[in-house]
Design a protein around this ligand. Sequence first.
Ligand SMILES: [Zn+2]
Length: 161
Amino acid sequence: MKICKKCGAHYPDDKIFCLDCNERLSDKLSASEEQKVRANLNEQMEQMYNKTDPLYVSKFDKTIGALAIVCAVVALAFLIIRHFTDQIIGFLPFAILWFILSALDALIPRLTWGLEKIRLSFFINGADDAEPGTLYLMGRKISFVSMFILGLAALLKSLFL
Ligand SMILES: [Zn+2]
């Protein structure tokens, strides 16, 4: 692989001049340099792809989703222990429910969007092809974050009060 120093275009080894700007191309890249360029390109492609997918699961979504799963497991453990030791269960079942809903919405946005489309199909035609709008996408983040906070509140209240 060769690279044009002026515009950054990539060419096969047998090319001598850049087709876009007629600049003389650099020497052939070494194997490690070429690997770096390719990795960089792959990353750029992935970012472009993610930007065009409105229901892309971001790092933030993954973090909240993972936390919600951990908290659901903790709440479930306390629920089981308290059930068998005849202690007050409190809001633990609600905590588990909120955490599971939060994790589902954070990690599988297509699931909630699919349900929303079913709801929409009662009111409009062509709901199948509908794309989520900015407001829906914002609402989605607000909803899974608030469900996580509700779950946390229910868990803490059950454990310490
Ligand atoms: Zn060029």
